[in-house]
Design a protein around this ligand. Structure first.
Ligand code: IMP
Length: 196
C-alpha cells in the first residue's frame, strides 16, 4: 500500500459506531471519518444487501471512499426477531420490551450479525461478522448503545455495556466484519498499485 493514509467516510449518524471502528481502521492503516446524513436504508432480510445498496448510493452522492455497516440482533427463542428490524424494535420496544418478550424463557441464546461494505474505487468489498451470546436477565452497564446492556458474548460474563471499546471489539460482530473488510481493502489497494 502507498504511504498516503486513505480516509474512509463512514456513513452513519451513530457516534458509538464511529468510536468502535476508529481504532480498528488505524490498525489497518486507514482513517475513518463519521459522515451522518447519507445513509439510505432499503428494506431487506439480508444485512449485506442493505449495506451494499446504502454504500453504492452514498458513493454516488459523495464520490469519496465510503463505508456502511448494518447490524441486527437475532434472538433464538423469538425465531431471530428483531433481526433486520432491530433499529425499529429498539425505538418502539426498547431493551425492557425485549426482556418482557423473553419473560421466563430459559433459552437466552442470541447473536448479532453485521455486514460492512466499503467502496474505494474500483474495490467494492462486503464482509460479514457474527458474535454469539446470551440475553441477560436484566440490563447491566452504561457504556455503548442499543442492546449493549442486555447482550453477553460467549466467552465473557460481562454485557457489551460493561466493556471498554477495546474489550467489545475483541468480540463484536462489527469489529469482525469491519476488520475483514479493511484487510481485504488493503490487499485490493496493493493489487491495484501493482497493476499500474
Ligand atoms: P443499525 O441498523 O446497524 O444501526 O442497527 C440496528 C439496531 O441494532 C441499532 O439501532 C441497535 O439497537 C442494534 N445494534 C446494532 N449493533 C449493535 C451493537 O453493537 N450493540 C447494541 N445494539 C446494536
Amino acid at each position: 500500500m502507498s504511504n498516503k493514509v486513505v480516509t474512509i467516510y463512514f456513513l452513519t449518524g451513530n457516534k458509538h459506531k464511529v468510536i468502535e471502528v476508529e481504532p480498528i481502521a488505524s490498525k489497518y492503516g486507514f482513517k475513518i471519518k463519521g459522515y451522518p446524513g447519507y445513509k439510505v436504508e432499503i428494506q431487506s432480510m439480508d444485512l449485506a444487501e442493505i449495506s451494499e445498496k446504502a454504500a453504492l448510493l452514498g458513493y454516488l452522492y459523495l464520490g469519496k471512499p465510503v463505508m456502511v455497516e448494518d447490524a441486527g440482533l437475532f434472538i433464538e427463542a423469538l425465531n431471530g426477531f428483531p433481526g433486520p428490524y432491530s433499529s425499529y424494535v429498539y425505538k418502539v420496544l426498547g431493551i425492557n420490551g425485549i426482556l418482557k418478550l423473553l419473560g421466563g424463557v430459559s433459552d437466552r441464546r442470541a447473536y448479532f450479525l453485521s455486514a460492512t461494505t466499503i467502496i474505494y474505487k474500483p474495490c467494492i468489498i462486503t464482509e460479514r461478522g457474527r458474535v454469539d451470546g446470551y440475553i441477560s436477565i436484566e440490563p447491566r452497564g452504561d457504556k455503548g448503545f442499543g442492546f449493549d446492556p442486555i447482550f453477553i458474548p460467549e466467552g465473557s460474563d460481562m454485557t457489551f455495556a460493561e466493556m471498554s471499546i477495546d474489550e467489545k471489539n475483541k468480540y463484536s460482530h462489527r469489529a469482525r466484519s469491519v476488520s475483514k473488510a479493511l484487510e481485504k481493502l488493503g490487499r485490493c489497494i496493493e493489487y491495484m498499485g501493482s497493476e499500474t
